[in-house]
Design a protein around this ligand. Structure first.
Ligand code: ZN
Length: 469
């Protein structure tokens, strides 16, 4: 009896201890006296990790003077190993640290917004390169809350894709899942171009630098590009989208280069030609491409043939649907990419995709993936007699991935469920040419040169083609 009472008492005590365990959260205060250096204080609460790390490998050498503040105000320097700093064991789940970050040297070394990049009189950096995180990153549900407060020297402005908290202080809230997906933060001299309200999303738009195009022309360009994705994803479109435009002097193309981070509050940096007077989707695939990425399925690891293949395919398909390109122009542009990159001899698409980081054969993977997914799209439409398409499968994958990120097998099985078992695997692993000419001919797309096609309505599946865009 006494044993039972004692056991019960122990259970009660344990459950009280568990119930009162503080959920993990952490908070940064980032002081920027200039664009050259940040002083950062990090306060961890309820975090079980024994160390903090820089998430983007290689960025650790710009982190200096990492100290933990102990009770009584004493500060102790923390030992570093492999871009991680080991905390003092104080027997508590709370700790406060401070460190310095050399933004100027990091910008010189990387010149890349995925780390730190100087853009005119502003600096754009990734939170994962600058803000140390507990290691391992807590992944419980709900995702731990993170707060970031910035204290800026006068004359500096800052924008981030995160939820702005009310009050005069520049405070934001995000969570560990958002941190894990990454965010672009811009600080310095830039202007807001306002927000763009779409049916399912609000786009916050900013401009760094001077452009020949008017603010209105820039807004219209991005609005048209974002609307393509908003129409495509519908309710699945991320509700808040953050875009920083950087005017590149000496360039006259509209879209020059773009980069995107795609957690639930995605952020993009789009480099465009400062000399471009007109920015129309007829001449620009880049903005539609980068924005389409924000609704890609969430994946456990990178699958370039899927993410880049689908996005490259739809950068044209969606412009065709909106008539920014004529139907013939759309197929001609698709054919141009397919002809050059889907018709090659050499390693299979899966091999090229796996080796992309080493080989940098981007066009092969982007356009090879687009070509394979075009064949899959056509197959889905033919098999379902026009009731379903790749649009449906991609939206289903996105929806499923919001519950649990997907791996390559999940993606392949969904695509093969909509087509024929073994088809996609065969295309992925096939060295050499896919049967793209034959399939295109069957829907009445007749190549007449390496970059032009003629449309025919007497092909067996011409009605399928007409339903695509
Ligand atoms: Zn891309």
């Amino acid at each position: 009896m006494r044993l039972i009472v004692a056991t019960l008492l122990l259970c009660v005590l344990l459950s009280v201890r568990l119930a009162s365990a503080e959920p993990a959260s952490w908070r940064y205060v980032v002081k920027l006296d200039s664009l050259a250096r940040a002083s950062i204080q990090l306060s961890l609460r309820g975090v079980r990790s024994q160390r903090v790390c820089v998430d983007m490998s290689g960025a650790g050498r710009f982190v200096h003077r990492v100290e933990q503040l102990l009770a009584g105000g004493k500060a102790v320097a923390l030992p570093v190993h492999d871009e991680c700093w080991t905390l003092k064991d104080t027997g508590s789940l709370s700790a406060t640290l401070r460190y310095e970050y050399d933004l100027a040297s990091a910008a010189d070394a990387f010149g890349n917004a995925d780390y730190v990049q100087r853009l005119g009189s502003a600096v754009t950096f990734s939170d994962e390169a600058v803000l140390l995180r507990p290691d391992p990153l807590p992944k419980e549900t709900p995702s731990p809350t993170i707060e970031v407060e910035f204290a800026l020297a006068s004359g500096l402005h800052l924008t981030a894709p995160w939820l702005r908290l009310p009050g005069p202080a520049l405070r934001f809230r995000l969570d560990a899942a958002q941190y894990d997906g990454g965010s672009y933060i811009t600080v310095g001299n830039f202007r807001s171009l306002g927000s763009i309200a779409l049916p399912h999303a609000s786009v916050e738009l900013f401009l760094i630098g001077q452009a020949k195009a008017s603010d209105q022309a820039l807004r219209t360009w991005i609005e048209q590009a974002a609307r393509l994705s908003d129409d495509f994803y519908g309710e699945l479109m991320p509700a808040s989208v953050h875009i920083v435009l950087f005017a590149m002097s000496g360039h006259s193309r509209p879209g020059v280069f773009g980069t995107v981070m795609r957690p639930m509050r995605p952020s993009l940096v789009i480099f465009f030609g400062a000399d471009a007077a007109q920015l129309s989707l007829h001449d620009d695939w880049l903005a539609p491409h980068e924005i389409f990425h924000i609704g890609n399925p969430l994946l456990k690891y990178k699958i370039p043939w899927l993410a880049e293949g689908a996005t490259t395919y739809y950068q044209d398909v969606l412009r065709g649907r909106s008539r920014a390109l004529s139907v013939e122009e759309t197929w001609s542009d698709l054919w141009d990419g397919f002809y050059r990159h889907c018709q090659t001899d050499g390693p299979s698409l899966r091999t090229e995709s796996e080796q992309l980081r080493r080989t940098h054969r981007y066009s092969r993977v982007y356009w090879g993936g687009a070509c394979m997914l075009a064949l899959v799209d056509i197959e889905i439409r033919i098999r379902s007699k026009g009731k379903r398409s790749l649009d449906d499968v991609l939206r289903e994958l996105r929806k499923k991935s919001l519950v649990q990120p997907l791996d390559e097998d999940d993606v392949i099985s969904a695509l093969e469920h909509a087509t024929t078992k073994g088809l996609l695997t065969r295309y992925l692993d096939m060295p050499g040419k896919l049967p793209v000419r034959e399939v295109l001919r069957s829907i009445g797309v007749e190549p007449i040169s390496p970059d032009r096609v003629q449309l025919r309505d007497d092909a067996p599946f011409a009605s399928i083609r007409r339903a695509m865009f």
